[in-house]
Design a protein around this ligand. Structure first.
Ligand SMILES: Cc1ncc(COP(=O)(O)O)c(C=O)c1O
Length: 384
């Protein structure tokens, strides 16, 4: 990865920081857009994955829209130059002021997650004398075969509306004067590596779509969400995710007539472009014999390992003597015992001052950073 190639340039930088490989980001966007164009698919970037302004600028140049999950994400996207008619907005708990703003901006679609929310959108749109475009986010009850903390499409999940409930309210929905139901939205989970689950999703969508059309709805879009997984284990083997496979599955299994097909990718666009670079502060051995590397980064810069036990491959980018290795537990500075980046990591013998790269950290890294322990938010360093 990039940090290894330019380790000498990084040594003087103040750590910790995110290193972004803008060249890899562009290659990823080239691959994504050329594969999507083969089928006329529309792609939105899930801004929650990383809202760094330089990253947004690059994504904007490739003509993607935005998927947002809050009023502030929506505002950030608009300020970054994304046209409101390329923005979709999902979220189980949209505040009234956030909905008012989305309605006022006349975005492509508010992706509605409950029947009660639909009534509120109608009411708020009426206040503005508008008819607002809405997709219904359906909970399809599909196991996406991913980490349980990031699945979003199973029956007991807080996300989306069961189609049975939509059917129970069909007449009421049809009677709403200030919302226009323009499509369906699904997002079944994140870091999905078993792509066959998208076949099941397509089959569910086909039957729901057909039923709604039969009931008189004029649906012009189906938003298939995001979720495409990346290779965290050996990122070098797959720096650009396999967009082609996912699109070909959807092309072969989705049957929604002339409706536009949309996607909302976050992780697969930005994860491999980012590394968290952190410096070893101390070596320490516990009374039980565990060798610790205490680094100057922590869960406040990258919370995923502490939050979900997520794995990130870690490399020593300054000491590269592969003959002489040891096994380390890599811990951060925060006052929490869960602030552990990984255990039993085999690295060249590592000492104070060495730089470590925590790889595949471009998604849900910086955007989840916090100021716990009054840490500064991490800086970004870009290489083209
Ligand atoms: C509604 C919605 N769309 C898209 C995404 C992006 O998912 P991913 O980063 O897995 O592509 C998310 C992520 O949580 C989401 O909640």
């Amino acid at each position: 990865m990039l940090s290894r190639q330019i380790s000498q340039q990084l040594i003087e930088e103040e750590t910790p920081f995110y290193l972004y490989d803008m060249g890899l980001l562009r290659q990823t966007l080239e691959s994504l857009t050329s594969e999507a164009n083969k089928y006329g698919y529309k792609v939105h970037y899930a801004i929650k994955a990383n809202f760094d302004p330089r990253i947004l600028e690059e994504i904007h140049k490739f003509g993607l829209g935005i998927d947002c999950a809050s009023g502030n994400e929506l505002r950030t996207a608009i300020e970054a130059g994304f046209a409101p008619k390329t923005i979709v907005y999902a979220g189980v708990g949209k505040r009234d002021k956030e909905l008012r703003y989305a309605i006022e901006q006349d975005i492509l679609s508010i992706n509605c997650e409950s029947i009660q929310e639909l009534g509120i959108i109608d009411e708020l749109a009426r206040e503005q004398g508008r008819v607002t475009d809405v997709c219904l986010r359906i909970n399809p009850d599909i196991d996406p075969r991913t980490h349980h903390c990031i699945d979003t499409g199973q029956a007991d999940s807080k996300f989306g509306i069961p189609y049975e409930e939509v059917k129970e309210h069909i007449d009421w929905i049809k009677g709403l004067k200030n919302v226009r139901i323009i499509g369906l939205h699904l997002h079944i989970g994140s870091q999905i590596r078993e792509l066959h689950v998208f076949e099941s999703m397509c089959r569910k969508v086909n039957s729901i779509y057909a039923d709604m059309v039969k009931r008189g709805f004029d649906l012009r879009m189906v938003d298939c969400g995001g979720g495409l997984g990346i290779n965290y284990d050996v990122p070098e083997n797959e720096p650009i995710p396999n967009f082609a496979s996912l699109f070909s599955i959807v092309h072969n299994h989705l049957d929604v007539g002339d409706a536009e097909v949309h996607f909302e990718f976050g992780r697969s666009i930005v994860a491999q472009c980012g590394e968290l670079i952190t410096r070893v502060l101390f070596n320490k051995t516990t009374a039980t014999g565990r060798k610790l590397l205490i680094v100057d980064g922590s869960m406040t810069e990258l919370i995923r390992p502490a939050l979900y036990g997520s794995y990130h491959n870690i490399e020593n980018v300054t000491a590269q003597d592969e003959e002489n290795t040891a096994k380390y537990t890599i811990v951060g500075t925060a006052c929490e015992s869960t602030d552990v980046f990984d255990q039993n990591v085999s690295l060249p013998v590592t000492k104070r001052g060495d730089l470590l790269a925590i790889k595949s950290a471009g998604a849900y890294g910086m955007s989840m950073a916090s100021r716990y322990n009054l840490h500064d938010l991490p800086r970004a360093v870009y290489r083209t």
